[in-house]
Design a protein around this ligand. Structure first.
Ligand SMILES: Nc1ncnc2c1ncn2[C@@H]1O[C@H](COP(=O)(O)OP(=O)(O)OP(=O)(O)O)[C@@H](O)[C@H]1O
Length: 281
């Protein structure tokens, strides 16, 4: 386990771990979307999973836990332009005291560091301060009643991932990979970390799985096949979805595609993955 500072403890500094402190996760089901590598489509899967669940009538929160690179606001055109000048969480005793209003979009309740810091502002804080922010976003957001809380975690097994999983041990993990050797091998490290933390792995989604030709609709494989014994599937992860790569369209803010382009091949695949993920819970 990495060394975690006091601010990583749940809301009141020095308190017991969340479940011992009587804190319940803010939703009946918490789904943590993880990956070993960056850029594999984790935020895309998390956002579309959340949107698909909400479209089916569930009350869904989405927490962008990638504090260093919060992408969910960018995907939704909600990025904050102004630079945050003061950080009230840094005050001693200021942890989790201020309620945060989630941003509502597409029927989702959203929280992200991207709503707090500016679009171009680097998050170069100490682990303690990042921990304070995570605590704040998780426990002090006015989520209301939720059926599902989807967590978009940073790639890898760093301190944010470890801390979140420690705070919500009941979370189910969904792993996102691309059909590339490195993506699978790095995600196998995540599996080891999840197993050590006794987090249940619901399954995996393979994203960018072939390119659908916009002219003929044929699937073109972009990467050489991953050796079965190096894949996450051979480590016992159930494949819950296979999402093809879709060539760019002119509208940059098309996410979540399950709502904006529900008939596209990618949206249909993401929706099928969401249905399969829900069935595992
Ligand atoms: N199936 C797909 N087809 C086409 N583009 C995709 C697909 N999946 C993801 N993308 C695009 O790839 C880029 C990276 O996706 P995304 O931000 O979801 O990855 P990530 O794993 O969350 O990245 P990070 O490691 O930075 O958090 C985005 O521009 C996204 O729109």
């Amino acid at each position: 386990m990495p060394r975690l500072g006091p601010a990583w403890q749940p809301p009141v500094p020095g308190a017991q771990p969340a479940e011992q402190a009587g804190l319940k996760p803010p939703a009946a089901e918490v789904i943590a979307v993880c990956s070993g590598k960056g850029g594999v489509g984790k935020s895309t899967v998390a956002l579309n999973l959340a949107a698909a669940l909400a479209q089916d009538g569930a009350r869904v929160g989405l927490l962008d836990a990638d504090v260093y690179a919060p992408d969910i606001p960018l995907m939704l055109g909600l990025a904050r332009r102004a630079t945050a000048k003061h950080w009230t969480l840094a005050r001693p005793g200021g942890l989790a005291r201020t309620p945060l209003e989630p941003v509502e979009r597409h029927g989702l309740r959203l929280m992200s560091a991207g709503f707090i810091v500016g679009e171009d502002q680097p998050v170069s804080w100490t682990a303690d301060l990042v921990g304070a922010l995570l605590n704040q976003m998780l426990w002090s957001t006015v989520w209301g009643e939720l059926d599902f809380l989807v967590l978009d975690l940073p790639p890898g097994t760093g301190d944010i991932t470890q801390a979140i999983l420690r705070l919500i041990p009941a979370a189910r993990a969904v792993l996102v990979v691309t059909p590339q050797d490195a993506a699978h091998l790095d995600t196998r490290r995540v599996i080891t970390a999840l197993n050590a933390a006794k987090i249940t792995i619901a399954g995996g989604v393979e994203n960018m799985s072939g390119l659908i030709c916009p002219c003929c609709g044929e699937r073109i494989d972009l990467f050489p096949p991953v050796a079965e014994h190096r894949s996450i599937w051979s480590a016992g992860v159930t494949r819950l979805g296979t999402v093809p790569m879709e060539p760019a369209k002119d509208d940059a803010l098309a996410e979540p595609v399950v709502l904006t382009r529900p008939e596209s091949v990618r949206a249909l695949a993401l929706r099928a993955a969401a249905t399969a993920i829900r069935a595992t819970l």
